[in-house]
Design a protein around this ligand. Structure first.
Ligand code: EPZ
Length: 421
């Protein structure tokens, strides 16, 4: 198995066009099932997760073709409604095929999803919502056999006790061609969900998002959707990772084509650490780090518009090099501190109790051989290794490949001495 070898403590310097968003592209690729014909998705990242999502589409009878970052999906001949256990286990987002397949085929056979081990990650919200919309779901072991009781799924009012991203996406996919109107109250309103709604509305869906009124999404069922051409939003977590790595190596980077509103939290954190940040109207962002980074007091992860949980491991790696202490409170996932023990191998000082971790900055990190435990933990290790003195090795690279396109090329282009060996 290949590893990443990083010759650290080299200032990053360069400019980068930000790849398309993994967490927007996955539900959008799945949602093409709701159309009958050829969709063209631009700026679609080429990742382990998008490759596996396309494998599932092919298993169902669709055709996918990739040319650079443009993915063409033809769903005309879709005939299947069963997804293999193996492919379901490759990622968490496989579960959102359920809503789309039920909407199109009125029957679905899937298995419990896989995904990063950052928590139990149940699917009870998904199941209860789809049942409310007229799905009959039989669970035996990890297999789910689902049928639509009537001719089609029907609209319903669904209150989510937690604004689950995946459950919101599943409900939207089930609702766009359901009979009647669906209202999701306390819905997730992450930018990736907004991008999914933009794509579906471009295909003829009728979705409205009310961010202030109890975070409600209203979907008026339509009879059919038309395939379209769409450009996926930039990946806000990848953009933030690059900014944090540049900050950690006291470098400077220019990011092109990134929506500053999507990364306002990390920009706030980086500027309070002492970095110089300039945002431009043409979606460029410039960061210049400083030799003396100052710790921010507290970072508490929350559903959007709060601080994104996916950024917690990455900002923690940077915080280990900031003078002072930072308290991290992880409110979304119960097991999202697996990167801490690996960061300690670099000489980081981090104490963990339940869902709270406290970092105490050190002037330098030293090289280490570390193991990625999940996607964003792996990204955090890259940030630490780029800053550390000496040659570090990062194993379990496939976790990182789930979300970062050719990660070593992206970072090498920005001045990091990083190789896949
Ligand atoms: C999505 O996961 C993202 N994945 C995650 O990004 C992200 O961390 C997460 O949303 C939160 O923003 C994709 O978009 C593919 P949730 P998801 O449902 O949908 C509980 C990355 O690194 N819950 O919002 O699985 C759940 O256990 C990944 O790109 C239930 O209890 O997240 C968790 O504690 C990691 N029952 C909380 O809600 C349910 O039915 C948030 O989960 C569903 C969720």
């Amino acid at each position: 198995m290949k590893k990443l070898v990083i010759y650290g403590s080299k200032k990053m310097k360069g400019e980068q066009y930000v790849q398309g968003s993994k967490n927007a592209s996955l539900p959008i690729i799945v949602s093409t099932i709701l159309t009958k014909g050829k969709n063209v998705l631009k700026r679609c990242p080429n990742l382990n997760d998008t490759v596996n999502t396309c494998k599932i589409l092919t298993m169902l009878g669709c055709e996918t073709k990739r040319h650079k970052d443009c993915l063409t999906i033809d769903t005309k001949n879709l005939y299947g409604f069963e997804i293999s256990k193996h492919l379901m286990n490759t990622m968490r987002s496989s579960i959102i095929f359920l809503g789309a397949i039920l909407a199109r085929c009125k029957e679905a056979i899937v298995y419990l999803p896989g995904g990063c081990a950052i928590g139990k990650r149940p699917i009870d919200f998904h199941i209860s919502a789809l049942e409310k919309m007229g799905a009959q779901i039989k669970i035996s072991g990890d297999k789910l056999h689902c049928k639509v009781k009537d001719k089609s799924l029907k609209g319903a009012t669904i209150f989510l006790s937690f604004p689950s991203v995946g459950a919101t996406e599943n409900i939207i996919l089930a609702a766009v061609t359901a009979k009647g109107t669906t209202k999701i109250i306390n819905a997730a309103i992450e930018p990736e969900i907004e991008d999914l709604c933009c794509f579906l509305n471009k295909c003829g869906a009728k979705i409205k998002m009310f961010k202030t009124q109890k975070q409600t999404i209203v979907i008026e069922g339509v009879s059919s959707l038309t395939p379209c051409e769409y450009e996926i939003m930039p990946d806000r977590i990848v953009a933030s990772t690059i900014l944090c790595a540049a900050a950690a190596t006291h470098g400077e980077v220019l990011l092109k084509s990134i929506n500053k509103n999507h990364i306002s939290h990390v920009l706030e954190v980086l500027s309070s650490m002492g970095c110089y940040i300039k945002t431009y109207d043409d979606n460029k962002i410039f960061l210049k780090s400083t030799e003396n980074l100052k710790a921010v007091k507290q970072i508490k992860t929350m559903p959007h518009p709060g601080f994104p949980t996916d950024l917690q491991p990455i900002v923690m790696a940077l915080s280990c090099l900031c003078e002072g202490t930072t308290v991290f409170i992880e409110t979304i996932f119960e097991n999202r501190f697996q990167h801490v023990n690996e960061l300690k191998k670099f000489g980081a000082v981090v104490e963990v109790k339940d869902r709270v971790a406290v970092t105490k900055g050190v002037p330098f990190l030293h090289a280490a051989n570390v193991y990625a435990s999940d996607l964003r933990a792996g990204a955090a290790l890259i940030v630490a290794a780029c800053a550390a003195e000496g040659i570090s090795k990062i194993y379990n690279v496939p976790y990182i490949d789930r979300g970062y396109e050719k990660v070593e090329e992206q970072f090498f282009k920005l001045g990091a001495n990083i190789f896949r060996k």
